[in-house]
Design a protein around this ligand. Structure first.
Ligand code: PLP
Length: 405
């Protein structure tokens, strides 16, 4: 049990030596504050040479405890729903920027969203026609375009997939601009695109910018700002030159204020899910290790059928297990893993790379509790941020609090 913190310590290069090693509840999600901070510092270093404004896209992680210090580093947040926008404003106060875009803008929420945000990018020409209100001058209105070039093979993650719902197709914008039917477009001062996922190749970003320039350079000249989206693990890119070239082009030739809005790049490698082995038995010649976590805690493992990284897994290790989640869903399985040491009931199994798109998607399917949330603060102190209870489950089951006695 005590090894667990040493393992995370080693993997994350955090300095946790002072921490009392025996109090970690499982299943839990542990965030290493130093990691988030070093990711933030590395991302702001992107400003050297060019000067994009940097927002944190809330979609991969909304837990307040880990986001407290984001406003100290970045210019603001990118939100895609009323709740995300509300949270962003709560975090940043009046001192930062909230950018907004969603395909799901609804009439009942527009006023509140406009009240909270500084930049709103419409996802379709319909949204422009229905919701753009030039009398609200505090908002900078933009248009999300679909640049129509794809870099993501898995269509479920590809914002520029065929028949995409995300953004106005470039060709449609070109014809709208030329036929003059959309008079509201004169109130648009910016452009937004987001067409990648987990890429470390920034030449794809430059290619996208050039594609946009090729089709609508006159429109670009009339604008004030552009948001290049997220989808890049900026700090792992082999070269940042294409980013600088893209930002330079947009700033110098078009005098645009440039935004980027990374999400996963800032938080993914800062999070670990720690679980315990509940049971070990044989089935059809394989050894199953049932864990106290489940794919409910990292639903993308199930949605996209990928095997998450487990610390201590070695190719060709002597001890082989199917690591399985604890729900009654047959496919609640993480995969087959091999280790140099055998697992026992009570052994800890640690998943790395769990900081993005886990907690925000985690659910209580099958009545299994959410992971307890910890953060490892900069000074090495382990802080229990939140422990979920039966009341959290019950409230979504329609149980009134006073019935719980
Ligand atoms: C999801 C999303 C992001 C963040 O993407 P990451 O892959 O987490 O960097 C940024 N902008 C928009 C519009 C998004 O939908």
């Amino acid at each position: 049990m005590s090894k667990i913190i040493d393992i995370i310590d080693k993997d994350s290069h955090a300095n946790l030596n002072q921490y009392n090693k025996n109090v970690l509840d499982t299943p839990s999600i542990v965030f290493i504050e130093n990691k988030v901070k070093s990711n933030l510092s590395r991302i702001i270093n992107l400003k050297t040479g060019s000067n994009p404004r940097i927002l944190f896209a809330l979609k991969p992680l909304t837990f307040l405890g880990f986001l407290r210090f984001v406003p100290r580093y970045l210019d603001g947040f990118a939100a895609s729903s009323l709740f995300e926008a509300t949270l962003a404003r709560e975090l940043i106060g009046d001192g930062g920027i909230v950018n907004f875009t969603t395909p799901g803008l609804r009439p009942s929420e527009v006023d509140q969203i406009f009240g909270l945000c500084d930049y709103v990018s419409f996802n379709s020409l319909n949204q422009v026609a229905w919701y753009l209100n030039p009398t609200i001058q505090k908002i900078k209105y933009g248009l999300r375009v679909n640049p129509g070039i794809s870099f993501v093979k898995d269509q479920r993650y590809n914002p520029s997939r065929e028949a995409s719902k995300l953004g106005v197709p470039l060709a449609q914008l070109v014809s709208a601009l030329s036929n003059g039917a959309h008079t509201q477009l004169e109130h648009i001062s910016g452009l937004h695109f987001h067409n990648n996922c987990d890429s470390t190749d920034l030449s794809q970003l430059l290619k996208t910018v050039k594609q946009i320039e090729l089709h609508i350079s006159d429109f670009l000249s009339k604008l004030e700002w552009i948001n290049l989206g997220g989808g890049y693990i900026f700090q792992e890119a082999a070269s940042l030159d294409p980013l600088y070239e893209a930002v330079d082009l947009l700033q110098k030739k078009y005098a645009l204020e440039v935004f980027i809005e990374p999400g996963a790049a800032i938080v993914r490698d800062a999070g670990y899910i720690v679980s315990s082995v509940l049971d070990i038995f044989e089935s059809d010649g394989k050894t199953i290790a049932v864990l106290d976590t489940t794919v409910n805690h990292m639903p993308e493992v199930f949605e996209y059928q990928y095997e998450p990284d487990v610390i201590g897994h070695v190719e060709g290790g002597k001890y082989k297990y199917i690591l399985a989640g604890c729900s009654c869903l047959a496919g609640d399985v993480f995969g087959e893993y091999t280790f140099n040491e055998p697992l026992e009931v009570g052994s800890r199994v640690v998943f790395s790379g769990m900081g993005a798109y886990t907690l925000v998607k985690a659910n209580m399917f099958n009545g299994i509790n959410l992971p307890t949330i910890y953060s490892l603060r900069e000074d090495g102190e382990l802080v229990l941020e939140k422990q979920f209870t039966y009341e959290d489950f019950a409230s979504r089951c329609g149980v009134e609090t006073h019935d719980l006695a």
